[in-house]
Design a protein around this ligand. Structure first.
Ligand code: COA
Length: 180
């Protein structure tokens, strides 16, 4: 398991799947904001790649996030779009509603940076998020990500176009313990 100060990132267990499906992906408003495409229901027992990890895609690493105190499941974390030529990748995360606002998101980003830069030897990490997602923007910026641009009206979310912010962090600018 990869450990931060509050959360750990471990493999996806079978028992995680119904919890994540119910609390994250069945929430249409949340899923519509967190995913790039339209919300679609996930059939129980399906092998939907958002939940089921088969390890066949080298470009994606999916983790379940647990609280270090108690080992309770609190969400998902993903390194995706891994490009081993340009040595870059994207970060994604989603916490269960009851786990938000406790500093876990900031800690998950820190652990994903460690995984991307140290374990995988990447050079650049990138995050895209809606411009009104203050918690995600702050979680990224607290780990040193900088805003590199605004993708105007790039996301169709529940009846309207919203702006996305693109944030990046280069390995030489990463300060593992700095959360200013
Ligand atoms: C986005 C998300 C991962 C952030 O994780 P989190 O644990 O809630 O965030 P943290 O508790 O680490 O807070 C980070 C910062 O955001 C602030 N914050 C947290 N929730 C906030 C909210 N609802 N509104 C405004 N600011 C908020 C915190 O005060 C903190 O600010 P600081 O660094 O200035 O002290 C989490 O809220 C989540 O899973 N949301 C739903 C899914 C989602 O949006 N995923 C990202 C898709 S790109």
């Amino acid at each position: 398991m990869l450990k931060g100060t509050k959360v750990g990132l471990r493999a996806r267990y079978e028992d995680d799947i119904p919890v994540l499906r119910t609390e994250l992906y069945d929430d249409v408003a949340n899923a519509a904001r967190a995913e790039a495409g339209p919300w679609r229901p996930i059939t129980p027992d399906s092998k939907d790649p958002r939940l089921f990890v088969d390890g066949k895609n080298d470009g994606v690493v999916q983790f379940s996030v647990v609280e270090l105190a108690g080992d309770t499941l609190v969400g998902t974390a993903t390194l995706w779009g891994i490009d081993n030529h340009n040595r870059c990748a994207h970060i994604g995360l989603g916490l269960l509603p009851s786990a938000r606002g406790k500093g876990y998101g900031t800690d998950v980003v820190a652990v994903l940076c460690h995984y991307g830069f140290v374990v995988r030897g990447l050079h650049r990490l990138q995050i895209e998020t809606l411009s009104d997602n203050t918690a995600m923007l702050r979680s990224a910026e607290r780990n040193g990500f900088v805003r590199e641009g605004v993708l105007r009206s790039s996301a169709w979310v529940m009846g309207e176009f919203l702006d996305e912010v693109l944030l990046g962090l280069l390995v030489q600018d990463w300060k593992p313990d700095a959360k200013s």
